[in-house]
Design a protein around this ligand. Structure first.
Ligand code: ASP
Length: 363
């Protein structure tokens, strides 16, 4: 366990810091940190709670203004990338965020904080993790409660995220997610609860660090070697449906998708257990694979890995693998969709897709 901190952070809490702004260091002494705003609840406020609902209202400077004393801790370079609910973000918005991160890293920032809606945050974080080849951390953060809420959590998350990018122990770990005093790898994190402040968890591996009293306590370094893929061309609009399977699923949705007007680039099945389908769904999937569309199966249980050598019955994972389907291992269905998109954009053939899933899914 290693504590990594800066005295400048001691007692710097999001909400408490609002009223006491003071610049204690000359700007030139401060480490440069980049902040990109992409909307989400962290940037939203509702003038009268419940009346018209929360909408995006803060840009990157506005996010920093929530914690004025932060400006005495780092020299901020900001960019407004988007101002929307995160389900409306496009992959191109994320590629713009990647451009911003690269340009800032090349100009010497310690790291990049990206403020983003929590709903799709894990997908965006994993997408950029597949494309980020630098040691500076990109730290995604957000908030579960709006700026106008009495239980606003955005300011603390911003403070913690800045602290994370400034911690030496967080360098070289790719893209991270920081909320509720925890830091997670993009590779392992999942939004696990629709309303809890500590919704972001890594169910299989736990957080990579915790932030306590202004210190980043790094718990471990991952043994997983990060895979970095070529950045897709814009406009980037992969068509990779995710189909959840379960009781009574005979593969009709799957067949309809494959026979539709637009052929999917690939398909992800969010399957039961450790990757099990009904025998008829497995047959439909096999036909799709035979026609040249990659089909990946992940577990929809919320954690854990797919199996490879346990069930041999029709629709069991051994049968699926024999039929040419690819197990996602520890990757979730959502992560599988993101990885497949980048692989297809990289013109990966089926053997390369399999290799990438074995590596990223750790099977
Ligand atoms: N609906 C919001 C969004 O994802 C939720 C959030 O930010 O927590 O943009």
């Amino acid at each position: 366990m290693r504590a990594d901190g800066d005295a400048a952070f001691a007692g710097l809490s999001g909400r408490g810091a609002r009223s006491s702004a003071s610049a204690s260091k000359a700007l030139t002494d401060l480490p440069p940190v980049a902040v990109g705003a992409l909307g989400g609840t962290i940037a939203m406020s509702a003038p009268r709670q419940g009346a018209t609902g929360a909408v995006p209202s803060l840009d990157a400077e506005g996010l920093l203004d929530m914690v004025p004393r932060l400006r005495s801790v780092a020299d901020f370079r900001v960019r407004n990338i988007s101002a929307t609910g995160s389900a409306s973000l496009s992959f191109d918005d994320l590629l713009n965020a990647l451009d911003f991160a690269k340009e800032q890293a090349e100009s010497g920032v310690a790291g990049i904080v990206l403020a983003h809606g929590t709903d799709t945050l894990e997908e965006s974080a994993y997408f950029l993790d597949l494309l980020w080849d630098r040691p500076e951390p990109i730290v995604f953060t957000g908030a579960m409660n709006t700026e106008s809420s009495i239980t606003q959590d955005g300011p603390q998350n911003i403070v913690d995220s800045v602290q994370t990018v400034l911690a030496n122990s967080m360098r070289g770990m790719g893209v991270l997610v920081c909320l509720a005093g925890q830091v997670h790898l993009a590779h392992t994190v999942v939004k696990t609860n629709s309303t809890d402040l500590a919704t972001f968890q890594s169910p299989d591996w736990g957080p990579v660090a915790r932030i306590v009293e202004g210190n980043v306590h790094a718990a471990w370094r991952t043994a997983h070697r990060r895979m970095v893929l070529a950045t897709p061309e814009r406009p980037y609009k992969p068509y990779i449906p995710v189909v959840e399977t379960g009781l009574g699923n005979e593969g009709r949705t799957l067949a309809a998708l494959a026979g539709g007007d637009t052929t999917p680039d690939a398909i992800v099945l969010a399957a039961s257990g450790a990757g099990q389908l009904s025998s008829s769904c497995a047959d439909v999937a096999a036909g799709i694979v035979a026609d040249g569309t990659p089909v990946v199966f992940a577990t929809h249980t919320g954690s854990g890995s797919t199996f490879r050598r346990t069930y041999g019955y029709a629709g069991g994972e051994m049968d699926l693998i024999r039929k040419g389907l690819i197990p996602a291992g520890f990757l979730t269905a959502r992560q599988s969709r993101i990885l497949l998109g980048v692989l297809v954009a990289n013109h990966a053939d089926i053997a390369a897709v399999k290799r990438a899933f074995r590596h990223e899914g750790q099977w």
